[in-house]
Design a protein around this ligand. Structure first.
Ligand code: T46
Length: 133
């Protein structure tokens, strides 16, 4: 699932670095919501769900964390440790986030507003939803 990782445009000079992400250009959707996850306990695992329709990009803008992605037939683990790189998590992709470093800040760009009805929080229901069970 290497194709899910994307490097964003970066401008670096002797004063620092700047990364730009433009909706519908650098990410394939209109960004309707931005949220970020931080102060995560070292042993904590988050996620454990898939979305029915939501598209997202996950970017660890500080520190690092790991993300497991599972589309029902293929599983992959990605370490996000570069503020210039994001992983696309589309609909029907079970995902879990863990191994957050102390200072990790996971920024998420989402294609729609928060809607609990879009979540599939049970793995059996996920397999059923994607037609694998
Ligand atoms: C996802 C991964 C990457 C809201 O009220 N509004 C929001 O926009 C979000 C994202 C969450 N919440 C509430 C719902 C829960 O009561 O915040 C609480 C924590 O959410 P959750 O347990 O779903 O957090 P994660 O870290 O497991 O998952 C989050 C996103 O919810 C999810 O869409 O893909 O990050």
């Amino acid at each position: 699932m290497e194709e899910l990782l994307k490097k964003f445009k970066q401008s670096v000079n002797d004063t620092g670095a700047l990364t730009v992400i433009e909706a519908q250009k650098d990410v394939p959707f209109e960004i309707k919501r931005v949220y970020y996850i931080y102060n995560v306990e070292q042993d904590a695992r988050r996620g454990f769900h898939a979305h029915k329709k939501l598209e997202q990009y996950l970017i660890c803008v500080n520190g690092s964390c790991k993300v497991d992605i599972d589309d029902g037939s293929e599983k992959s683990t990605v370490c996000l440790d570069n503020p210039n790189e994001g992983i696309y998590v589309g609909p029907k992709m079970w995902h879990e986030m863990y191994d957050f470093t102390d200072e990790a800040v996971l920024l998420v760009l989402a294609s729609d507003y928060y809607d609990e009805a879009d979540y599939i929080r049970n793995y059996g229901d996920f397999l059923q939803f994607i037609g694998m069970e």
